[in-house]
Design a protein around this ligand. Structure first.
Ligand SMILES: [Zn+2]
Length: 105
C-alpha cells in the first residue's frame, strides 16, 4: 500500500462565512445575457438543492472568485457557476433543476 495520502489543507473552500459579500442577480445579468443570448434576470430558476423556485434577479451572486457563482437565496445551493475566458463562457447549471426564460418580443 502506497503512502499517497493527499493533504488538501491548502484547498479550503472560498470563505462563505459572515464576511462573504454578494450582489443580487441583476448585477450579474450582463454576463449571463451574453452567455444565453437573452436577458435572464426575469427568468425563474428552480433550485436543485431545496426545490424552491425564484427569480434569477433574487439569486445571491458572488463574483470575487474565478468566475461568478449565483446561489439560492433560501438554501445557499450554487444554482449556476459561470466562468468567462477570452474565447468562451463555461456554464455549470447542475445546481438548478430548471430555468424558465421568458421569450422576448
Ligand atoms: Zn435552494
Amino acid at each position: 500500500m502506497d503512502e499517497s495520502v493527499v493533504d488538501d489543507a491548502g484547498m479550503n473552500e472560498v470563505g462563505m462565512g459572515e464576511g462573504a459579500r454578494y450582489v443580487d442577480g441583476n448585477a450579474a445579468a450582463g454576463a449571463f445575457a451574453e452567455a444565453f443570448g437573452t436577458e435572464v434576470s426575469a427568468s425563474t430558476l428552480t433550485c436543485a438543492g431545496c426545490g424552491r423556485a425564484g427569480r434569477f434577479a433574487d439569486r445571491h451572486v458572488y463574483d470575487r472568485g474565478p468566475g461568478m457563482v449565483a446561489r439560492c437565496p433560501y438554501c445557499g445551493e450554487v444554482n449556476v457557476h459561470l466562468v468567462r475566458t477570452p474565447t468562451d463562457v463555461w456554464l455549470d447549471l447542475r445546481g438548478s433543476s430548471s430555468w424558465r426564460i421568458p421569450l422576448s418580443g
